[in-house]
Design a protein around this ligand. Structure first.
Ligand code: R5P
Length: 262
């Protein structure tokens, strides 16, 4: 691996722990004004000191993040669909490598949809992106998006992660599932998990803890942080789990004590 690629990867996955807390705020690329991101700048700004990297589209980056930031950027470069469109898997590359370089990003991210109607298109998109990004030492994060009809189990997610790694992705993002260690063990590159839909704070911390203790290299978490009533406390709690190996109980100390327990 060349120096530039290693340097960028170490901006995303922290060498001190080999882990990462990525803050995902890219949802608008197919959801539009997602709850909690309507005024994205206001939401993102207080979370930045606790994020190892920020994952978002170029539009949101330009509009909502100060160019003075030192937080590494993971640029979402796939899209072309919407939640109300014909098929969510119908994605292509939306943002060029030249643009990624111009924006000084640490990595680029693209979704693949294994088992969907557009599987081939998204896998060829990933391959094209990797070929281009490799030229400039830019790591690629493959996001294993799951179509409505697919089951998020270890068998399916192992296949999706492994295919992404075989095509050359340097990091893979997937979902947590039962037997998650099988997904990690059969994937030769670091695996991070998405948080998924908003759940109770404690459950989200349990999810992060289960994933880390079963071999995940970190989280790429969005809604369970920015849709929480306590986003700054949540990201700190997640950080403690990811980087310090904190228990759920210890991490939960970042959260305010519920009124009834006072
Ligand atoms: C979905 O495709 C987006 O890439 C999100 O970044 C991803 O799902 C992680 O966000 P969340 O933790 O909200 O699921």
């Amino acid at each position: 691996m060349d120096w530039g690629m290693k340097n960028r990867l170490s901006q995303v996955i922290k060498p001190e722990t080999g882990r990462t807390v990525m803050l995902a705020v890219d949802h608008g690329y197919f959801l539009g004004p997602t709850k909690g991101l309507e005024d994205a700048e206001k939401t993102i700004e207080p979370l930045l000191p606790f994020a190892d990297s920020l994952m978002l589209t170029r539009g949101l980056l330009r509009a909502s993040v100060c160019a003075c930031t030192s937080v590494p950027i993971v640029l979402r470069v796939s899209g072309g669909n919407s939640i109300v469109g014909e098929d969510l898997s119908n994605e292509g590359i939306t943002t060029s490598i030249r643009e990624a370089i111009r924006l000084n990003v640490a990595a680029v991210a693209l979704s693949i949809y294994i088992g969907s109607k557009y599987e081939h298109q998204t896998l060829m998109g990933l391959s094209t992106l990797i070929n281009e990004a490799q030229e400039y030492g830019i790591p690629v994060l493959a996001v294993t998006a799951v179509g409505k009809e697919m089951v998020r189990d270890a068998r399916y997610l192992s296949m999706a992660c492994r295919i992404a790694a075989e095509l050359g992705a340097q990091v893979v993002k997937t979902y947590y599932c039962d037997d998650f260690e099988k997904v990690v063990k059969s994937c030769p590159v670091p695996v991070v998990i998405a948080g998924g839909k908003k759940i109770a704070e404690l459950d989200a911390l349990k999810l992060a803890h289960s994933a880390i203790s079963r071999g995940a290299s970190g989280v790429d978490m969005g809604r369970n942080i920015f849709q929480s009533r306590y986003p700054v406390e949540m990201i700190q709690a997640v950080r403690a789990i990811v980087h310090e190996g904190a228990s759920v109980k210890k991490a939960a100390k970042f959260l305010p004590v519920p009124k009834k327990k006072r």
